[in-house]
Design a protein around this ligand. Structure first.
Ligand code: SF4
Length: 469
C-alpha cells in the first residue's frame, strides 16, 4: 500500500479535519486561491506538490526508507536508522547473533556498537553505558497499566537473577521498566515475555509509547472514560440524532481529582480496589513476587499500574480486605501514606539515566521527609521530580515541581540543584506550573518548599501547631 493514501487529498484537508467544532476556517488569502493566468504552476502549487510527495520508498518489498534526495542534514539517530533497519534485529533474528558476541567485539565494530547503543531501543532495550555499562533497561508495553500476576512474577524472576543490579520501576506511563538485563540473556527474555503475553518491542524511540488511561477503567462506580450510553440516548431521539455538546460541557468542573490509594468500592457489588503507594515507583524482585501473590490470593490475579507510579489491586472481595490490609508488604507499600508522600513522583535520575543532571528518587524521599518535619499539610500536594529538562517526571503538571540542574553553593562548589515550579494542575482545570525559583541547591530545598506549602497550600508550621496544642 502506498503512503500516499495517508496524506490529505489537498493541502488544507488536514487543517480542516483538526479544527474544533464551531471554529470557522480562516478566510483563505485570495492569492492562494486565484486561478493561475497560464498553465505554468504557481509557486504555491509547486510547493504543495513537493509537500505532498511521499519522502519514503519501499526497499526489498519490506521496509520503508527515506528517499536519497531527503537524506541531507539528518540527525545522528536518523543516520543510524538508515545504516540498518532497527527492527531487523528482531524480525530477522539479528539479536540472537548480537547476544553471542562479547562486548569487546561489539565495541570494535561501528555497526554492532550502534546496535547496542541505538537500534536495540526499538526492541525496548536501553544500554546504560554511562551508569551500568553492559546492562540494559528493558521497557515493556503495558496498555493502560493493566497486568497480571503471572506477568509480574515473570518480570520478578528476570530481575531476581541479576541480584543487586536488578530492580524495576513503575513509570509515569503506567509501565514497567526492568533493570540490570545483560545482552546474552535477551533472546530468552524476549521469548519469556512472549510466553506470558508481554512485549518490549517498539517501546522506545520513534514508536507509539505506552498508552495511558484511568487505572480504574471498568471497576469505578463513578466511571463516565460514555459512547454506549450516548448511543442508547441517540436511538431514542427524534430522527435518531443527538447533537454533540461542546467539549467544555462534558466534564463536571467541580469534580475533584482523586488518588487511587486506600480501599474503595468498585462498581461491582461486593468488590473493592486497593491502591498501594510504591515510594517513587521503585520495586525489588521480592516485592514483585509478593505483589503477584497478593493479586492472586485476594484479587483476580490482576494488577494495575498508575501514572503516579503506584499499584492498584482490583477485584478484592470485601470480606478479604481486612486480611489484605494486614499483609506485611503493606507496611512498605502503604494504602495510607502521608499526605506529602501520596503525590510524590520521581523520574529515574542519575542512578541509571544517562541524561540525568541530578539524583532524583532518593533525593525526593529525603526532601519530603525533611519538609514533613517542618510543616503539616491539610491535603495531598503533588510534588514531582525530574532529573533533567526532558521532564519524564512531568514537573509542569505538579503542584510543586523540581527540575534538576547544577549550581554553585555559597562556597563556590558545583552542587546538584533544582529549578522549582509551582501551580501545575491536571484534570478539567488543567494548568501548567510556572517557574518559582531557579537553581536552588538540593541541600537548601526543604525550608523553601515548607514556605511554599505554607503560602500556597495552607500548611501549618510544626512549631505553631505544637504551640496551639
Ligand atoms: Fe532521565 Fe531526564 Fe527522563 Fe529523568 S527526565 S528519566 S533524568 S531523561
Amino acid at each position: 500500500a502506498s503512503l500516499q493514501r495517508f496524506l490529505p487529498p489537498y493541502p488544507h484537508a488536514a487543517a480542516s479535519r483538526c479544527r474544533p467544532p464551531g471554529v470557522r476556517a480562516r478566510p483563505v488569502q485570495s492569492s492562494t486561491v486565484s486561478a493561475p493566468s497560464s498553465s505554468t504552476p504557481t509557486a504555491n502549487e509547486a510547493m504543495s506538490a513537493e509537500r505532498l510527495e511521499p519522502r519514503v520508498e519501499q526497499r526489498e518489498g519490506r521496509y520503508w526508507v527515506l528517499k536519497e534526495k531527503y537524506r541531507t542534514g539528518l540527525n545522528p539517530q536518523e543516520k543510524v536508522k538508515l545504516g540498518k533497519e532497527p527492527m531487523s534485529l528482531f524480525m530477522e533474528g539479528g539479536i540472537k547473533e548480537l547476544a553471542k558476541m562479547p562486548m569487546e567485539e561489539i565495541e570494535a565494530d561501528k555497526l554492532s556498537k550502534e546496535d547496542i547503543d541505538v537500534r536495540l531501543k526499538w526492541l525496548g532495550l536501553f544500554h546504560r553505558r554511562k551508569h551500568q555499562y553492559g546492562r540494559f533497561m528493558m521497557r515493556l508495553k503495558l496498555p493502560n497499566g493493566v497486568t497480571t500476576s503471572e506477568q509480574t512474577r515473570y518480570l520478578a524472576s528476570v530481575i531476581e537473577a541479576y541480584g543487586k543490579e536488578g530492580c524495576a520501576d513503575v513509570t509515569t506511563r503506567q509501565n514497567w521498566q526492568i533493570r540490570g538485563v545483560t545482552l546474552p540473556d535477551v533472546p530468552a527474555i524476549l521469548d519469556g515475555l512472549n510466553a506470558v503475553g508481554l512485549t518490549s518491542l517498539q517501546s522506545g524511540m520513534d514508536n507509539v509509547r505506552n498508552p495511558v488511561g484511568n487505572p480504574l477503567a471498568g471497576i469505578d462506580p463513578d466511571e463516565i472514560g460514555m459512547e454506549a450510553f450516548r448511543s442508547e440516548v441517540e436511538k431514542r431521539m427524534p430522527n435518531g440524532v443527538l447533537e454533540r455538546a461542546a467539549p467544555d460541557d462534558l466534564i463536571d468542573k467541580k469534580w475533584q481529582r482523586r488518588d487511587y490509594l486506600g480501599v474503595h468500592p468498585q462498581k461491582q457489588e461486593g468488590m473493592s480496589y486497593v491502591g498501594l503507594h510504591v515510594p517513587v515507583g521503585r520495586v525489588q524482585a521480592a516485592d514483585m513476587f509478593e505483589l503477584a501473590r497478593l493479586a492472586d490470593e485476594y484479587g483476580s490475579g490482576e494488577l494495575r499500574l498508575t501514572v503516579e507510579q503506584n499499584i492498584v489491586i482490583p477485584n478484592v472481595k470485601n470480606e478479604k480486605v481486612e486480611a489484605l490490609l494486614a499483609e506485611p508488604l503493606l507496611q512498605k507499600f502503604s494504602p495510607q501514606p502521608s499526605l506529602l508522600l501520596k503525590g510524590l513522583v520521581a523520574c529515574t535520575g542519575n542512578q541509571f539515566c544517562g541524561q540525568a543532571i541530578i539524583e532524583t528518587k532518593q533525593r525526593a524521599l529525603l526532601v519530603t521527609s525533611q519538609v514533613e518535619k517542618l510543616v503539616s499539610v491539610p491535603r495531598a500536594v503533588r510534588m514531582h521530580w525530574t532529573g533533567c529538562p526532558n521532564s519524564c517526571g512531568q514537573v509542569q503538571v505538579a503542584d510543586i515541581g523540581f527540575m534538576g540542574c547544577l549550581t554553585k553553593d555559597s562556597t563556590g562548589k558545583i552542587v546538584e540543584a533544582a529549578d522549582i515550579f509551582v501551580g501545575g494542575r491536571v484534570g478539567s482545570d488543567s494548568h501548567l506550573a510556572g517557574a518559582y525559583k531557579k537553581s536552588v541547591p538540593c541541600d537548601e530545598l526543604a525550608p523553601i518548599v515548607a514556605d511554599i506549602l505554607v503560602e500556597r497550600f495552607g500548611a501549618v508550621r510544626r512549631e505553631r501547631e505544637e504551640d496551639e496544642e
